[in-house]
Write a protein that binds this ligand. Structure first.
Ligand code: ATP
Ligand code: ZN
Length: 312
């Protein structure tokens, strides 16, 4: 007979981290990889983390904006997301048919046929990164003031990347600070967050590394875009071991978009130049999971300093 694992002990070999999270009730299975419910404790850790981010960044008086986890399809088309990441995008389709179409739909479902074939694209797509809906909104206000603008965002985001790695979810939250302004204002913002991000994670006692990175651009041209992004050091990541020691997970990202969004959405500086933008993104679930991996899933046993930093 197998001995019972005492509470708080490391999981038996062969049990994945995801299984342990399910067993503990921290994440809740839905039958789809990467689509999970969260427990009250999981959310409490996340609330603590968000408050910590605000303690580090709140002094900058960023304008707080919250969008729902979906955005206008025309803005999404304009952003160029489908050119770079078609494999990750999620669209919202709806039934727009007649009563006769409805009858046919119900029959197809009953016969276990493909009832989705008749669904029509709506004017909504799922948000792939918290900052995407922001750029056209900011551009509508006219030229930026001389000091530029700074926003504080948080949104559930969708990416179609089903995985057994709990750190790679299909619906996850991203907190972001987004800076818009001159190249100097924007690069200064990113440089300061590269430092602050490390101080923040150090406060949680998590071992990390910072490295240049690239986005998962699609296809052959995508490879070139990825090389270019690395060469120009446009993206950095703060990495922490979650699922694997050899391949640590990006928990914070520091992105300099140059004038990409400025050009695309007609965002200009006070001097009439195309605005530059940058964002720092905090992977909400990934930081929670990094804590659970490093300190164990028995939160009562976490070091007092960590619990206090998170208000737990
Ligand atoms: P990865 O390289 O691991 O795919 P990414 O570089 O594509 O991540 P970003 O586009 O920079 O990620 O997104 C900002 C932040 O959102 C990341 O630093 C990460 O913390 C979080 N994130 C990205 N994808 C996921 C996901 N599938 N599940 C959970 N968090 C994610
Ligand atoms: Zn962003």
């Amino acid at each position: 007979m197998l001995a019972k694992t005492p509470a708080g002990a490391a999981p038996a070999t062969g049990t994945s981290f995801l299984d342990e999270l399910f067993d503990r009730g921290l994440l809740i299975e839905t039958g789809v990889d990467g689509l999970y419910g969260r427990s009250g404790l999981f959310e409490a850790i996340g609330d603590g983390f968000q408050a910590l981010v605000t303690r580090h960044g709140g002094g900058d008086n960023a304008e707080i904006v919250r969008f729902p986890p979906a955005m206008a399809r025309d803005v999404f088309e304009k952003s160029g997301y489908m050119k770079s990441f078609p494999q990750l995008a999620g669209t919202v389709h709806c039934f727009c048919g007649s009563p006769a179409d409805h009858l046919a739909l119900m029959q197809t479902i009953e016969q276990k046929g493909d009832w989705t074939a008749g669904q029509q694209a709506s004017e909504i797509v799922l948000t792939p990164a918290a900052c995407y809906p922001l750029y056209p909104t900011a551009a509508k206000r006219g030229a930026l003031p001389a000091e530029g603008r700074l926003f504080d965002l948080m949104s559930y985001c969708f990416r179609h990347e089903p995985s057994k790695d709990p750190a790679r979810q299909q619906f996850f939250r991203m907190r972001e600070y987004v800076r818009m302004g001159t190249p100097d204002q924007v690069t200064e913002f990113r440089a300061s967050w590269l430092e602050r991000g490390q101080a923040l994670i150090a406060e949680l006692g998590l071992p990390f590394a910072v490295d240049v990175a690239n986005d998962p651009f699609f296809g052959r041209t995508g490879k070139m875009l990825a090389v270019n992004q690395r060469d120009q050091r446009l993206k950095f990541e703060l990495l922490i071991s979650i699922e694997s020691e050899e391949n640590p997970t990006a928990c914070l990202s520091f992105n300099y978009h140059q004038d990409h969004f400025g050009k695309t959405f007609g965002l200009t500086t006070a001097d009439g130049e195309v605005a530059h933008t940058a964002c720092v993104g905090f992977g909400h679930e990934r930081v929670i999971l990094a804590l659970l991996k490093h300190y164990g899933t028995d939160v009562a046993r976490w070091p007092a300093s960590v619990r206090s930093a998170l208000g737990l």
